[in-house]
Design a protein around this ligand. Structure first.
Ligand code: PLP
Ligand code: COI
Length: 341
């Protein structure tokens, strides 16, 4: 992006914008090199890289927030670092030290400070770390070399409308297999979700609900976000499943619902046949933040929770608490906020 080009902060969506710098480090002979910032947003790799053929790669997503006093902060980057290492472990990729991960994110945010949206616009700087298997190789085995890179871009809402409810439909397809890579942030899960997303989008839904891949009777995920519901007796419920991504936002909401909103919280099966017990529902994630779910199409009928047009009061309160902490207006639990200095 040209230095003189102006960004319209209020109209940001979730689209790629090339920022000034990205971080890149390579792994060879058992070690990560020091890593460096670069202006070059192109990566040249062997045509036989495992990332290209066998999906040996994983990624993360987190955000930098501009506070009222102009400072910049990250939300729980240590959790993204640990989750990336879980993904690496599963995909036989080298561990990336948590400090190196966080330092790379900090360097990238600082170098691209001019892209961090002003406080009050609702915009954030989305940070995308990723690791790919590279180098010459053709057998189905781990790569000889790896690249760890972090880039960033300013974003607005992932689902159009922010706190306006959106509708979902149930997907006929699975994004991950039972005992597969559903708990990891592996690109293959997202490739597998593209067709289901397109079907939902073509039919006018914001996204689709993935069911548990073993029985297809329970809610697993809400597109690229986790699902939560508020029961009629005020419990915060979110699915427990071995095939969903352990969302950092979801685990944060479990704590906030309990400690800030004084709700009972529970991770348990969310049966499709029992949606009536919820008076509100939502999708949560770094990109999705908290997006209220208006309704879910099930058995050819739209099951509406609170309303198709208005956010429910508990979802709203959860949103205000989470976003308040992320932007520095509310004091969060200890250790959640990392200042970028
Ligand atoms: N589920 C999937 C499939 C995702 O891609 C994401 C996004 O990261 C989430 C859930 C939400 O996770 P988090 O809150 O850690 O961003
Ligand atoms: C995120 O919320 O960070 C995601 O990764 C979701 C999506 C953009 C893949």
């Amino acid at each position: 992006m040209n230095k003189n080009e102006k960004i319209n902060w209020d109209e940001l969506g979730f689209d790629y914008i090339k920022t000034d710098y990205r971080y890149i480090s390579t792994w060879k002979d058992g070690n990560w090199n020091e890593g460096t910032l670069t202006k070059d947003n192109m990566i040249t790799i062997s045509e036989s890289s495992t990332a290209l053929h066998y999906g040996q790669q994983c990624f993360e997503g987190l955000k930098a927030y501009r506070t009222k006093d102009g400072t910049i902060q990250l939300f729980r980057p240590n959790r993204n670092a640990s989750r990336m290492n879980d993904s690496c472990d599963k995909l036989l990729m080298p561990e990336i030290p948590n400090d190196k991960f966080i330092d790379a994110c900090m360097q990238v945010v600082k170098a691209n400070e001019r892209f961090v949206p002003p406080y009050g616009t609702g915009g954030t700087l989305y940070i995308r770390p990723f690791i790919i298997g590279v180098g010459d190789n053709i057998g189905v085995k781990p790569a000889p070399e790896y690249i760890f890179s972090v880039f960033c871009l300013p974003v607005g809402p992932y689902f159009k409308g922010g706190l306006t409810p959106v509708n979902f439909m149930i997907s006929d397809y699975d994004r991950a297999a039972p005992y597969g890579t559903g708990q990891q942030k592996a690109g293959g899960n997202y490739a597998a979700s593209l067709q289901a997303h397109k079907i939902a989008s073509d039919r006018g839904f914001a996204d689709c609900i993935f069911l548990d891949p073993s029985t297809h009777t329970k809610i697993d995920e809400a597109g690229a976000a986790n699902f939560f519901g508020i029961t009629k007796d005020n419990k915060f419920v979110t699915p427990i499943s071995s095939s969903i991504l352990p969302s950092i936002t979801k685990y944060s909401l479990l704590e906030l619902a309990k400690d800030y909103l004084h709700l009972e919280t529970v991770e348990e099966d969310v049966l499709l046949d029992d949606l009536d017990r919820f008076k509100e529902a939502g999708a949560c994630g770094t990109a999705a933040v908290i997006t209220p779910i208006g309704g879910i199409e099930y058995k050819d009928k739209l099951h509406v929770f609170h309303s198709e047009t208005e956010v429910g009061p508990i979802t709203k309160k959860l949103y205000e608490t989470l976003v308040g902490i992320q932007f520095g207006d509310i004091e969060g639990p200890e250790g959640w906020i990392y200042k970028v200095n």
